[in-house]
Design a protein. Structure first.
Length: 228
């Protein structure tokens, strides 16, 4: 419920007309009292308006909290999914490196077995081939390990970036919740002041309300997230 609807209902309560000809909910508001309504009846109706406004403010706060919880849950799930995918990719690289190293060692051992059945020249050539194969296997292992470590660092960096972004968004959402709580307190205090001034005006000739409720400015949750 907007401020204009609340003010319209209060004006209807004290003999005025609703703001902008907006209809009054018959289930939430009693019918407009006639002129010269007893003061206890007017106070009861004014209390109904205050209760309605307080309930509306509480619903706004509850909705904002639900939206903040959903944003946090979605961001946490996205971060966990990225971490799992990065870890699975690193494990695949490690398996490929291990297979390449195993294949290279198997080839080197086969060359060594064949070299034992040949002449001295063939054996020297086989030893050279074996040495080259081992060097190549070591190099492949080093390259694979270096690539796996680089992927680990990249995955960790991405994870840290995502967690840092989530922490920033969490702080922004916390500030938004605190702002809504301050809005709730300020709005209730202003409603009490407004209703008190209207109750005091019941004894005057012109009970038309002159005090307007200023609604505190609250930054929306979507705006806070876009700024991040």
């Amino acid at each position: 419920m907007t401020d204009s609807r609340v003010k319209g209902r209060v004006k209807g309560l004290f003999g005025g007309s609703p703001a902008d000809n907006e209809p009054i909910d018959a289930q939430l508001m009693p019918p407009m009292p006639p002129s010269g309504v007893p003061e206890p009846e007017a106070q009861r109706q004014a209390l109904q308006v205050l209760v309605l406004a307080q309930r509306t403010a509480e619903e706004h706060v509850a909705t904002a909290r639900q939206q903040a919880d959903k944003v946090r849950a979605d961001a946490r799930a996205a971060a966990e999914q990225v971490g799992r995918e990065a870890q699975a990719h690193a494990e695949g690289i490690r398996r490929e490196a291990g297979k390449a190293l195993g294949d290279a060692r198997g080839a080197a051992e086969q060359i060594a077995r064949d070299a034992h059945g040949h002449a001295e020249n063939v054996r020297r050539e086989a030893e050279k081939i074996l040495a080259d194969a081992r060097a190549m296997a070591d190099q492949i292992g080093k390259d694979a390990l270096s690539k796996a470590e680089a992927l680990d660092r990249e995955a960790q960096q991405r994870y840290d970036d995502i967690v840092g972004s989530l922490a920033t968004k969490r702080d922004a959402l916390q500030e938004q919740i605190e702002g809504l709580q301050r809005f709730d307190r300020d709005y209730r205090a202003q409603l009490r002041t407004f209703m008190h001034s209207q109750l005091q005006a019941l004894g005057t000739e012109d009970p038309t309300p002159t005090t307007e409720i200023r609604r505190p400015t609250v930054v929306s949750i979507g705006t806070a997230l876009d700024q991040d």
